[in-house]
Every structure is written in structure tokens, then in C-alpha cells.
Design a protein around this ligand. Sequence first.
Ligand code: NAD
Length: 350
Amino acid sequence: MKKQLTAATYPGRNKDDLIVVAGAGGFIGGSLVRYFHNQGFTRIRALDRKPLPHWYPRVSGVESLNLDLREKEHAIKAVEGAVEVYNLAADMGGMGFIERNRVACLRSILINTHLIDAAWKAGVDRYFFASSACAYNITLQQDPHVRALKESDAYPAMAERGYGWEKLMSEMFCQEYTAERGLKTAIARFHNVYGPNGTWDGGREKAPAAICRKVIEAKESGKHEIEIWGDGKQTRSFMYIDDCTKGIDMIMHSDDLIATPINLGTSELISINDLVSMAESIGGIKLNRSYDLDAPRGVAGRNSDNTFIKQMLDWEPSTPLREGLEKTYRWIEQQFADRKAGKHTVRDID
Ligand code: NAD
């Protein structure tokens, strides 16, 4: 088995090479900045269009720039001097957001289009694009007892309208910049990522954070009820943030994965009903459930087939959901308490 490389072990990479992370005011981008910072990388440029006070995890000692990467000039400025660029910037949120904001999701194509072109022109060595399981053909996801999705299931294409098509198209940009122009690109299709420092209220939050928050709210208010979107039978897999940052690093530095989309997710499938039960057990409470059958619910089932990542990296995300959810729940509980006490907490803004 080949030794799996990372930024820290990649031949010729130095700790003072400039790493650029786009979308760093958000959940995964911010966590990736902290990941590289903790590994001793000394020159990290963090970018986001949100004003700095609204960034999620802000890492001190990191150059933090407020740029809108849909603007070409901003993208050019963003990558100046960079050796590696990670694109985690997108207008995105949970199912409720992406079903109701397809135009905004599609317009994220401007981010990747400008950023990859600027990166190529600036002579960047490696470029990472955060794709999504929403790029997969939705007709394969109509049953809660799904067969897990493997990389070839994106074609023939019938991606999630708006968000998924933007991801598929941006993947193609990466592949063609490699094929025609020689830029080394990496593409990971994330399956639901969760953990501390993610959006937990305001409309862009995803299921694990939303459910934890609802359980905490129910405990606080004494109104022991919870509303679930859909019938709760829809199934998903959820990847803990630490697995995600590690996976990004390994995928980015694998020469065998250049321009090759790969799943980055767990294969631990769970229904939304069971996810609610898990959050209830962490919170030590049992709630009465009501189901909003008109709410956005997404595909009926979706799971990650990890055959390819295990074969390529001899690794797959493995944090047990119960363990990751407990940490997430406790973090949201603290945010909730801080907000109630009038302390500063971060909120997403449009
Ligand atoms: P997030 O919303 O927390 O972070 C995205 C960040 O991008 C935000 O801070 C936002 O302000 C920023 N952004 C949006 N438009 C921008 C622009 N024009 N210029 C600069 N910054 C801009 O989302 P996340 O969960 O951290 O997701 C990161 C990436 O991973 C996204 O590309 C997303 O589509 C992808 N992804 C995430 C998940 C998940 O479960 N979280 C799943 C699949 C794919």
C-alpha cells in the first residue's frame, strides 16, 4: 500500500507555502483553516463574502479577507501567490434553503468559474472543489432503502435542480482545466457534514443541527414537541467535520485522484426519525412528534458507497454518528445559552 500523502507530507511542500481557503467564514472552510493552522502552516489566507463578525470559527493569526468571489477582480486578488486553493465557498444551506433558492445556488457557479481561472493563471499548484452528493442522479434516490451511491451514478445526469447542477457543472470545469490546461484539481462529493461551528439556526442549517436545536428549544420551553420535515422515514448518512477536513487533505494530495470526483461521506445510514431519537437520548428527553408533510424533504434516501475511497486512500470517514452528534449537541446547547445570556454568538446573514 502506497503511503497516503497530505499537505504536511507532500514532497516539496513547505509550512510557509500560501494556502487559500474560500468560504472560510462558513462551517467547513473555517474548520479547514483551523485544521491547517493546527498543523503548523503559517501562511493561510481565509476568504468569505460575509463581514468578519459573522464568520463561524475565526482563527487568529490567519489573513482573513472579505471578498465576494462571484466578482472576477476579487477572485484574482484572492489567489495571488497561492500554492494551494480550496474552494468551499457557495451559497448553500439545508434542504429548505436549496429547494427555495435555486437561483442563488446556481449563481455559485460564478465563484468556481472565476476562482479556478484565476488559480490557473496565477500558477497555483493544486485546486480543490467541494462538490456534493446532490450532484447524483435523483432517480436513484427514490427509496429510503437505497443502494449507496457510487461515483459513476452522477451520469446519466439528473442532479438536484439548482444546487446539484451547479456542482456537476463546476466539477466539469475542474476536469477540463486539468485536461486542457494542466491544473491539478481535486473534487470531493461531500455527503451531509455536521459538527460544532456549523450553522444551527436562521434557515440554512442542516438536519443534524436543526434537530439538536429543536430538542434544546423544546427542553428550554417546556413544550415537549418537535416538528419533523417530511414523514421522518427519509434516510441519509452524516459525516463528522474532523473526517471531512482529513479527507479533503488526503484527496487533494493524491496524484491518483486528480480531476476524479470521489465520495467523501460515511456509509452509516440512518432515518430522520432515528436521528431525532438519538438527539432526544443525548438531551435526556422524549418529545411528541408532528410531521410537516409539505416541508422540503429532499430525496427519499441517500448513502455513500465508499468502495472507491477505501480502495484509493485505504481510509474512510469513521466517526460514529452518536459520538459526533453528542459533540454537536453540546456545542449548540452552549451557543443557545450564550445567546440567551446576551453574549455574542455568530449568526448567518444573507
Ligand atoms: P457554509 O454555508 O457554512 O459555508 C459557505 C461559505 O461560503 C459561507 O460562509 C458563505 O458566506 C461563503 N460564500 C458564499 N458565497 C460567497 C461568495 N460569493 N464569495 C465568498 N464567499 C462566499 O457551508 P459549508 O457547509 O461550510 O459548505 C462548504 C462547501 O461544501 C460548499 O461548497 C457546499 O456546497 C459543500 N457541501 C457541504 C455539505 C454540508 O453538509 N455542509 C454537503 C455537500 C457539499
